[in-house]
Design a protein around this ligand. Structure first.
Ligand code: AMP
Length: 296
């Protein structure tokens, strides 16, 4: 595995690779590092499907708010490199902030509507930062496929919208959420949790499972399902809800609270963001209402 930290090295290596295998598919796995098995599943899928896999590790300051965890975000490049190599990644690109943003960027990608709700509402500017860095990575790597986790389902919807709107020649590949044995979605931020918080964090995945069961109950409405989800999360004393919302997916449109779910024919998302102490966790589940087929 090649490791590089500069854009000029990255371009030289990729040009060489394209020269050697002009038809070879390049797969991109963008991450912020501190890799876990969720990231590993993305890397493995790219390695299986593409001739050459590029993993990027970059904690992108543009997508963090002023009072968020940019400075304390966990980092361990040595461990990340070992894991990437084990999974067959060909190239690890780990640039510095200075390398990616040598001057204050005056251009940014603004994605409306789909980026305004959920995490976009709680973290203003977050998806502008994500859209901007992902566009830069697409321009640098020019991948045929890019792999994103459904753990961040809104991010998948936002990136897919951006790629559609801008005719970016890349296939976005959504990958299933990888979970701990008790159901907690893997996240680099899970290391922040105290042991009590960690034990109670399982309420997110339990709530999502419960919602799946409740979906088909006669008389179940959108409003009732969201309210039941919020009530379920509140059974964990350390949990503070940021949002618990039922929306359409991938358009992320709100649903009339009185709407009977058994009468809808659409893919929905129950999306949760919950704080445990200073740690904000997100999780979600796609729900298939009555006759709907999953369309991601
Ligand atoms: P991050 O390093 O948290 O920015 O995540 C990098 C990529 O890995 C994103 O596409 C995430 O959605 C994906 N990812 C993070 N956690 C998981 C997980 N538990 N299962 C699957 N993919 C994940």
């Amino acid at each position: 595995m090649i490791i590089c930290t500069t854009i000029s090295e990255l371009r030289t290596i990729l040009n060489g690779q394209r020269g050697e295998a002009p038809d070879g598919l390049i797969g991109l796995v963008p991450t912020m590092g501190f890799l876990h098995d969720g990231h590993a599943s993305l890397m493995q899928r790219s390695v299986n499907e593409c001739a050459f896999t590029v993993l990027t590790v970059f904690v992108n300051p543009l997508q963090f708010g002023p009072n968020e965890d940019f400075d304390r975000y966990p980092r361990d490049l040595e461990r990340d490199a070992a894991l990437a190599e084990k999974h067959g990644v060909d190239l690890l690109f780990a640039p510095s902030v200075q390398e990616m943003y040598p001057t204050r960027p005056l251009t940014k990608i603004l994605i409306n509507e789909v980026a305004d709700r959920l995490c976009g509402a709680s973290r203003p500017g977050h998806f502008d930062g994500v859209g901007t860095v992902v566009t830069k990575l697409f321009n640098l790597v020019q991948p045929g496929r890019a792999y994103f986790g459904m753990k961040d389902a809104q991010q998948v919807a936002v990136i897919q919208q951006m790629v559609n709107d801008l005719n970016t020649p890349v296939d976005i590949v959504p990958c299933e959420t990888v979970r701990e044995a008790d159901g907690l979605a893997m996240s680099s931020r899970n290391v922040y949790l105290s042991s009590d918080e960690r034990a109670q964090a399982v309420i997110l995945s339990r709530t999502l499972q419960q919602a799946e069961r409740m979906l088909r109950e006669p008389g179940m409405t959108a409003g009732k399902l969201s309210a039941e989800a919020a009530a379920s999360i509140r059974t964990s004393p350390l949990a503070v809800i940021d949002y618990a919302e039922l929306l359409t997916y991938p358009s992320l449109q709100p649903i009339d609270p009185d709407q009977l779910l058994t009468e809808m024919n659409q893919t929905l998302i129950l999306a949760l963001a919950v704080k445990f102490g200073g740690t904000r966790l997100i999780d979600n589940r796609l729900l298939q209402s009555a006759g709907g087929g999953l369309n991601v």
